[in-house]
Write a protein that binds this ligand. Structure first.
Ligand code: ATP
Length: 363
């Protein structure tokens, strides 16, 4: 067992003469046994990164290593990696047993009886032991997904790579499989890189998450770190639902002045923005307080535009000066109605500040 390292890895494609930078100088070490989720919007380079690790795509620059061994120049079958695809990629003419045996027969010198035993054991672990003689077409989506996992598990690889493996399942099954997958990965202790565009999946599944945008790694951190201490405005806006509210503001001494409102800074925050002319103030919807006291500090009189129920909470869209400016999440116990005037407080300890040009976090 060993760490998986991407060392300054880039991937360029030639798109009819113009150069596409799909992955731009990505470096990360995934520790032995770790579950790393690679997350980002469509087209940011997630699949390309995974395919380079698997050997389905060459590396344009940089190195990929398992422990001290360089692996980016080895053919896929010599990498000791098992990949689970979104499409499952099962062989339709083979039974579940055949699908699970297939990779093994080629890659090990295990005897027939041992392979059978391993397939039986793994299928019991996945709850598909009674489906071994069926073909993929006779299985539900969730069952097919388990077979695809089973096929990866029996190979006992150093690394699992998973490319949106749950995206074809309905919401309920997806959340059930999320938990199952996590438990399985923990039990097996196999280093895993899991790709998704779904930030909820990333937040709930990963030991750490790597956030990718436009081919560039933005931050590699635990989900809580990325949520509380985002490296930049992109990460701040990508993680969290509903998204963080952002306001572009001019720095005027220890005050921020924007179109919607002005915001007085503490000495500490004023120091953080020193040297910047323009900053972005960010506040998460769950940190906006809807209160009654208009005299409180950092409190603004607003009008409720729309109330969107979200189960045990409501997303309340608020207007300031006649325009919809931001969203607050409010516990279901507090009744708020469209058209109502409410006071919204933006507490300083929850405020994020970013450089307006670079997007880097200032505080
Ligand atoms: P999605 O979530 O939509 O699958 P992704 O994050 O996995 O997206 P990639 O598939 O890795 O993104 O693609 C990254 C970028 O590289 C995109 O701009 C894509 O158009 C480009 N790209 C991928 N494969 C090729 C190719 N074979 N030739 C040219 N460009 C490519």
């Amino acid at each position: 067992m060993a760490d998986l390292t991407l060392d300054h890895v880039s991937k360029f494609f030639d798109d009819g003469g113009s150069k596409v930078v799909a992955v731009d100088d990505a470096s990360v070490t995934i520790e032995d046994g770790e579950f790393l989720v690679l997350v980002g919007p469509s087209g940011c380079g997630k699949s390309t990164t995974l395919r380079m690790i698997a050997g389905l795509e060459t590396v344009s620059e940089g190195e990929i290593r398992l422990g001290d061994d360089r692996m980016d120049n080895r053919p896929p079958r010599d990498r000791d990696i098992a990949m689970v695809f979104q499409s499952y990629a099962l062989y339709p003419h083979m039974t579940v047993r055949g699908n699970m045996r297939f990779g093994l027969e080629e890659s090990t010198d295990m005897g027939d009886a041992d392979i059978d035993e391993l397939v039986e054991e793994t299928s019991s672990m996945l709850g598909i032991a009674d489906l071994l003689d069926r073909k993929p077409g006779e299985l539900s989506g969730g069952q097919q997904q388990r077979v695809a996992l089973g096929r990866a598990i029996v190979r006992d690889p150093e690394v699992f790579l998973m490319d949106e493996p749950l995206s074809n399942l309905d919401a309920k099954l997806r959340s059930q499989m999320r938990t199952e997958l996590q438990r399985l990965q923990e039990d097996l202790g196999v280093t895993t890189v899991y790709v998704t565009h779904d930030q909820t999946e990333a937040m709930t599944m990963g030991d750490r998450i790597a956030i990718l945008n436009d081919g560039e790694l933005q931050q590699v951190a635990t989900p809580l770190e990325a949520y509380h201490r985002p490296a930049n405005r992109f990460v701040a806006g990508f993680i969290g639902e509903p998204s963080m509210n952002f306001f572009e503001m001019d720095v005027q001494g220890d005050e921020l002045v924007g179109d919607a409102f002005s915001y007085e800074l503490s000495a500490k925050s004023a120091e953080a923005v020193e040297g910047s002319e323009r900053v972005t103030l960010g506040i998460r919807p769950e940190d906006v307080e809807v209160i009654d006291d208009a005299a409180a500090d950092h409190a603004y009189e607003t009008t409720v535009d729309v109330v969107e129920p979200m189960g045990n909470e409501n997303a309340v869209y608020l207007e300031l000066g006649g325009e919809r400016r931001f969203v607050a999440t409010v516990g279901g116990m507090r009744r708020v109605e469209a058209g109502e005037s409410v006071v919204a407080r933006i507490p300083e300890d929850a405020v994020h500040l970013f450089d307006a040009t670079t997007g880097e976090t200032l505080q």
